[in-house]
Design a protein around this ligand. Structure first.
Ligand SMILES: NC(=O)c1ccc[n+]([C@@H]2O[C@H](COP(=O)([O-])OP(=O)(O)OC[C@H]3O[C@@H](n4cnc5c(N)ncnc54)[C@H](OP(=O)(O)O)[C@@H]3O)[C@@H](O)[C@H]2O)c1
Length: 335
């Protein structure tokens, strides 16, 4: 092991079985890509939780450095787009699932995966936003594009204490929407109000079974990182012309619905994918996340910072649906 060895949290799948932990690696162990980055922060998303267990079925090659997000400084680049010293972030693509990710002091990625750190965000703030916050921004953008406006009525945010949910609450409230936060954690009500919710309802009430094909019109729109049976019930109560932006599956992968919300109320069900979001839209949304959409309230008191040695604890919290707000991992070596 060379004197420039660095720490990396890896998963292994070998004959003896699955294992994970911190390994010491050299730069030559990283994939051969254009840009080498000294990583300062990463974050903990639900997908990282899935990647940390063999049952998660999101990792496609072993051994692998986990971490679907990273922020840091370029130390070497073969791409004319980036120079040593550039501050950058990366979310999605193959990072942390098929390509070595952000839970390491160094990473090497293709130039086209990178975004220059937007003005208005520190490395740590960008990772407190991370994939989950970017997905929240993309969901809000899709609602706006579909014609949903603040005057249309309340917007339901499911999984509101989670990463996508908490940042969606904050962005929507900054834009003047009435936000109804649905949560399974009644103890988080005060935090949700601080982050911008107008009111808080229980997870069960939000996804309660509605008799028949349609229920009372309630929601101008919904941001739904939870999925499962609740999505089908919520579609029955979306107002005429309203939109559901569906991004996740913490509540289940199967959604049952009928044609009636779509053909009688013109409801839109929009799929949200942050992983391969085209670069032009990615850059625009990150710019907004550093300025007029910056989730200031969540960044102020909804972020917990972990050291790499504490990562397993953070992964288990997110996997069990217990996280409140966002979890960031510090990889800084200059502490
Ligand atoms: N499509 C994309 O590009 C994309 C990007 C990012 C994330 N996602 C997906 O979005 C989902 C959320 O990700 P995240 O990182 O925000 O996760 P997270 O921080 O763990 O948040 C998930 C939240 O869902 C709620 N929840 C947990 N278990 C539940 C259950 N059994 N039934 C109903 N609600 C439950 C909890 O909030 P409450 O207790 O407040 O209800 C939890 O905090 C994941 O499925 C993730 O894979 C997709």
């Amino acid at each position: 092991m060379g004197e420039n060895a660095f720490r990396a949290f890896r998963v292994h799948l070998e004959e003896e079985g699955f294992s994970s932990g911190i390994d010491m690696l050299n730069l030559s162990d990283l994939p051969d890509n254009e840009v080498t980055i000294e990583v300062f922060y990463s974050s903990v998303n639900y997908k990282d939780g899935l990647a940390s267990t063999p049952k998660g079925k999101v990792v496609s090659s072993y051994p692998l450095i986990l971490g679907i997000d990273l922020a840091g400084r370029v130390v070497a680049s073969r791409s004319p787009e980036f120079q040593a010293g550039d501050e950058v972030l990366c979310t999605g693509y193959g990072l942390g699932v098929s390509h070595d990710g952000g839970y390491a002091e160094f990473a090497r990625v293709p130039a086209e995966w990178l975004v220059k750190l937007p003005e208005g965000l520190t490395h740590q703030e960008s990772m407190a936003i991370g994939t989950a916050g970017f997905t929240a921004a993309l969901s809000v953008e899709r609602l706006l594009q579909s014609g949903v406006q603040p005057g249309n009525g309340p917007v339901l945010v499911r999984g509101a204490t989670g990463g996508v949910g908490s940042i969606a609450v904050n962005i929507l409230s900054r834009l003047g929407f009435e936000v109804v936060a649905s949560t399974g954690k009644p103890e988080a009500e005060t935090a949700l109000i601080r982050w911008g919710a107008s009111s808080v309802i229980s997870r069960d009430a939000a996804s309660a079974s509605v008799k028949g094909a349609l229920g009372k019109s309630q929601w101008a729109a919904a941001i739904d990182p939870v999925g499962g049976a609740g999505t089908g019930e919520i579609l029955k109560t979306v107002k005429y012309g309203g939109t559901v932006a569906l991004s996740g599956l913490t509540g289940g992968g199967a959604v049952e619905t009928s044609v009636f919300p779509f053909i009688l109320r013109g409801v839109n069900l929009l799929g949200i994918d942050s992983v391969y979001c085209p670069q032009a839209e990615r850059l625009e949304l990150w710019k907004r996340l550093g300025s007029e959409w910056k989730p200031e309230q969540v960044l102020q008191d909804g972020v917990k910072v972990y050291e790499l040695e504490q990562l397993e604890e953070a992964l288990s919290i997110v996997l069990n649906g217990k996280a409140i707000g966002r979890q960031v991992v510090s990889l800084r070596r200059d502490k």
